[in-house]
Design a binder for this molecule. Structure first.
Ligand SMILES: [Zn+2]
Length: 461
């Protein structure tokens, strides 16, 4: 049975409703109650890992950490960090000794650089994951099980039709071979079926909005109440385009396949709330002058491959103040989330340049339908442009110069006009692609130093 169908069937389990009720209750808690809950869950996870998971018992013993030393979040830093490479090298050792292998779903980490890592999810993890998402959607007015919505994500490849409705009232739309005509056809479906929400990758939502926006009658017949985008970074220009055409707010969140960290964008804008009943999140030392830090997560939900102090390879900038008046009880600690490590340019001098910083260069170019920056080597960048009528070489040059000026130090930039920019099988758009080795990207010097420091502390004990 296809795992997705299996999960859909499993959602009928009463446990889902138990989780959903539990999570709804947390929204009424005070910050102090949430902190207490988080501490208890964290200790449960750490103790479970030491008792049941061979990888952690061995690693922590090697570090000389006694499990009794871990009494709260502040003691967590005694434990070593876990990397994606650990998951690749020891994936079998992450599986708990006494856990049944029935109904275990094997999954893979997003592999933007290097090889993907295998990890497993049990049915509880998948139900809890769904309950967290449903709480987030409901907070923004959508009942996932009832409201009619369009789903435009890369994973759906239809057997026959480009649009298919399922039992959750989702109209799944294929993200493959998109043309303006096909996107306008999706717009017709959205208007005819009176769809209320759209769930999509930011880049696909933008293309849909662009195609529908060319047809003002069609746009006027669509009445969305909200657009939820995820899985890629949402750029300001994309948000503007989507909001303008659909006349409704765009919501985004940060999460990842390994289920260790969840952040939801504040409905008032200006940052992300850290969802503290989902996991315990730490941030590495700053790796650039703007305070970009690696996101390090300990997840509470998936005990089939539990992750404690897992280096996500994603980066965030923090806010100084965690308070917010929007009503969510979770701290608003993150100002912005930067692209995956594979989507960051590393200059010859070792500076990390995030995609959103480079994205502003796009304003220098008007006549294009897609573009991409590829770091080919430590000193070379390729800038790919898919031109549309009206494009001139001068425009392309200005774009490349603007990219250069944002790097802060000289790199060899070659501009290439192309007919197509290939997307990976999951159809996610990547504005920056790095071909540097995973090792160079995945181990920012500062984080590595912190890791070594930890090791020497542990060795000295
Ligand atoms: Zn808020």
């Amino acid at each position: 049975m296809d795992p997705k169908q299996y999960v859909h069937a499993a959602l009928k389990f009463p446990k889902y409703f138990l989780y959903a009720r539990e999570l709804a209750r947390h929204l009424r808690w005070t910050p102090a109650q949430l902190r207490e809950y988080q501490t208890q869950r964290l200790l449960q996870v750490v103790r479970f890992c030491y008792a049941q998971v061979p990888f952690y018992r061995r690693r922590w013993d090697e570090y000389g950490v006694k499990i009794q030393q871990i009494q709260g979040p502040d003691d967590l830093k005694l434990l070593p960090l876990v990397t994606k490479q650990d998951l690749i090298d020891h994936s079998a050792d992450f599986f708990p000794k006494n856990m049944s292998r029935r109904f275990i779903h094997a999954s893979r980490t997003g592999g933007s650089t290097g090889s993907p890592a295998n990890f497993y999810q049990n049915i509880e993890a998948r139900l809890r994951e769904q309950a967290f998402h449903c709480r987030y959607w409901r907070w923004h007015g959508m009942n996932f099980w009832r409201d009619p919505k369009a789903v435009l994500r890369g994973s759906y490849k239809p057997p026959k039709n480009d649009v298919q409705r399922d039992w959750t009232n989702s109209y799944k739309m294929s993200g493959f071979d998109l043309t303006v005509e096909k996107l306008q056809h999706y717009g017709q479906v959205m208007a005819d079926r009176k769809l209320k929400f759209l769930l999509a990758y930011p880049s696909l939502a933008e293309r849909l909005a662009d195609a529908i926006g060319r047809h003002s009658d069609l746009a006027a017949r669509i009445h969305l109440q909200g657009v939820f985008v995820a899985s890629e970074k949402l750029y300001p220009s994309q948000r503007q385009c989507i909001e303008q055409v659909f006349r409704c707010p765009v919501h985004t969140h940060y999460g990842h396949n390994e289920n260790a960290v969840l952040m939801e964008e504040c409905p008032q804008g200006d940052g992300y709330h850290l969802i503290t009943d989902y996991g315990y999140t730490e941030f590495g030392p700053p790796i650039d002058a703007d305070g970009l830090r690696e996101i390090i997560g300990t997840g509470f939900n998936n005990m089939a491959t539990p992750l404690v102090r897992y280096r996500t390879g994603d980066f965030a900038r923090l806010r100084t103040d965690g308070a917010c008046s929007c009503g969510l009880p979770f701290p608003k600690l993150v100002a912005d989330v930067e692209g995956r490590s594979g989507d960051i340019v590393v200059t010859p001098g070792g500076r990390y340049i995030g995609p959103s910083h480079l994205e502003y260069a796009i304003r220098y170019i008007t006549h294009f339908s897609d573009c991409q920056i590829i770091q080919e080597s430590p000193t070379e960048l390729s800038v790919l442009v898919m031109p549309t009528p009206g494009y001139t070489a001068a425009e392309g040059r200005a774009f490349a110069d603007a990219v250069q000026s944002r790097l802060g130090e000289p790199m060899e930039i070659s501009l290439k006009e192309v007919d197509q920019i290939p997307r990976p099988p999951n159809q996610k758009r990547r504005f920056v692609v790095s071909r540097l080795t995973a090792q160079r990207l995945g181990t920012p010097a500062a984080v590595k130093t912190a890791d070594e420091k930890l090791q020497s502390i542990a060795a000295a004990r």
